[in-house]
Write a protein that binds this ligand. Structure first.
Ligand code: FEO
Length: 389
C-alpha cells in the first residue's frame, strides 16, 4: 500500500520499460501517477495509460473496492492519463468523470465512449466531505484541456503534467533521490518549452496558495518547502525563456569537414572563455540537445549538403525544434558543401521558423575548410555572440 498522506494514496503505474515518450528519449522510464482521496466521497485524481490499468487496479484494491469510487478527476485527456478511464468506469459504474469542456471533447474523440460527466471551469469547486477541491484550468501546459486541482484541507496541489519528470521509481518524492532536477529540465525542454506563457499563467494562479505538497502526474513529487520553492523558481525561469550566455553547437557530418568547423568553433569559444556544449546528431538524441538549449542563449547548427539537402539527422532535429520554438535565442548555421550550397536555405529558414533570431548569414565552406578560414570565421562568430551578451 502506498500512502502519500492522510487519506491520499498513490495508485499509479510505474512504466519501467518506457524508452520513448512521443519521440522524447526516456532511458529511465516513467510513471503515470494517480491518486486516490478517501473522504466522504472517494475520488480518483488522474488515471494511467491503457496498458497500466491492471497495476492501477491492484493498487486501488489494496485500499478500497473500485466500485466505491464516486469521482474520477481527469485533469488531462492525453492518453497517458486518460487511456484507462473507461476500463475503470466499467467496474466503477457510479463514478462521475470530472473534467473541463476540452477534456470532455478530447476524451470523446479518442475513446468514442460516454460517461456521467461533471464539467468544471476555472475556479469551480467540488465538496467531497472534509475537503473542497478547487479546479484551475491550465490550458496548454501541455494540451488545451490541462488543469490542476487544489485540496484546501491537505494543502495539496495535484499538478498533472506540470513539474513532472520521466523517471520510473519505487519512491515518490524529490528529496529521496539525486539528479531529479536534470530530469525535470529534460521534461520541461521536451514537453513544455513552447508553452511558457501558459506556464506563467498557472504559476500566477497558484502563487497565493499555501502548498505543502505538489503531487505530479509523472515521476517524483515535492513535499518540502525547499523543493517546492526550487521547482517553482526553475519553472518561472524556464517559462520566461531566460538563458545563460552559453552556446550549443549541434551538427552532423559526412567527410568530417562540418565536424572540423564545429570543433574549431568550440576551441575559439574556449579561448574566449564562453561555455559551450557540442553534440553530433549521429550520436546524440535530439531530446538531449534541446535539454541543453533550455539554459543556452545561442545555438550553432551545422550540416553538409547531400543531394541538394541537409542531412536527415539535422532535418529531424530542426523539425523538432520548430515545434518547441525556444524564444529569446540566437542562432547561426554552418557547414561544408560540395558543388552547391542550395540546401542551406532550408537550414536557415528552419531556424527562423523555430523563432530563433539569426545572428548573421550562415558560415559555409566549399569542401575542406582552411585553417585561415576557420580562425577568421570562428573569431567573427565569437564577436557576433558577444554582441548579444
Ligand atoms: Fe502526461 Fe500531456 O501528458
Amino acid at each position: 500500500m502506498n500512502k502519500i498522506s492522510k487519506d491520499i494514496y498513490y495508485i499509479g503505474y510505474i512504466d519501467w520499460d518506457l524508452r520513448s515518450f512521443h519521440g522524447y528519449s526516456t532511458p529511465k522510464g516513467s510513471s503515470y501517477n494517480s491518486y486516490l482521496i478517501l473522504d466522504e466521497k472517494k475520488v480518483l485524481v488522474d488515471a494511467v495509460k491503457d496498458y497500466g490499468f491492471d497495476e492501477m487496479l491492484k493498487r486501488i484494491k489494496q485500499v478500497i473496492d473500485p466500485s466505491e469510487i464516486d469521482y474520477i478527476i481527469a485533469n488531462h485527456a492525453e492518453m497517458d492519463h486518460s487511456g484507462s478511464i473507461f476500463k475503470l468506469l466499467d467496474i466503477a459504474p457510479k463514478a462521475v468523470v470530472v473534467t473541463n469542456k476540452f477534456g470532455q471533447k478530447h476524451m470523446r474523440l479518442q475513446m468514442h465512449r460516454e460517461a456521467k460527466w461533471r464539467i468544471v471551469d476555472d475556479g469551480d469547486e467540488l465538496e467531497i466531505g472534509k475537503r473542497k477541491l478547487t479546479f484551475m484550468t491550465a490550458p496548454m501546459v501541455h494540451w488545451p484541456d490541462n488543469m490542476a486541482v487544489y485540496s484546501d484541507f491537505d494543502k495539496v496541489l495535484f499538478s498533472n503534467d506540470a513539474f513532472g519528470q520521466h523517471i520510473a521509481s519505487s519512491v515518490r518524492f524529490f528529496d529521496q533521490v539525486e539528479g531529479v532536477i536534470e530530469e525535470a529540465a529534460k521534461y520541461y525542454a521536451n514537453i513544455v518549452f513552447p508553452y511558457g506563457n501558459a506556464v506563467l499563467k498557472l504559476l500566477k494562479k497558484i502563487e497565493t496558495l499555501e502548498i505543502d505538497l505538489i503531487l505530479t502526474a509523472h515521476g517524483f513529487s515535492y513535499r518540502t518547502k525547499k523543493d517546492i520553492a526550487k521547482i517553482l523558481k526553475l519553472y518561472s525561469k524556464w517559462a520566461s525563456y531566460k538563458a545563460d550566455n552559453n552556446v550549443v553547437i549541434v551538427y552532423d557530418s559526412m567527410w568530417h569537414s562540418t565536424e572540423i568547423i564545429a570543433n574549431s568553433f568550440s576551441l575559439t569559444l574556449d579561448r574566449n572563455r564562453i561555455d559551450y556544449s557540442v553534440f553530433n546528431l549521429a550520436k546524440t538524441h535530439i531530446s538531449d540537445v534541446v535539454t541543453k538549449l533550455l539554459d543556452a542563449k545561442f545555438i550553432l547548427v551545422g550540416s553538409p549538403i547531400m543531394n541538394t539537402q541537409i542531412l536527415p539527422t539535422v532535418s529531424a532535429f530542426l523539425t523538432y525544434l520548430k515545434g518547441l520554438k525556444p524564444q529569446k535565442r540566437y542562432g547561426l548555421t554552418f557547414g561544408s558543401y560540395g558543388w552547391g550550397p542550395a540546401g542551406y536555405k532550408f537550414l536557415e529558414g528552419s531556424l527562423e521558423q523555430a523563432k530563433i533570431n539569426l545572428l548573421d548569414k550562415g558560415k559555409y565552406y566549399q569542401f575542406s575548410p582552411t585553417n585561415k578560414w576557420l580562425d577568421e570565421t570562428g573569431n567573427d562568430v565569437v564577436k557576433l555572440i558577444k554582441d548579444k551578451f
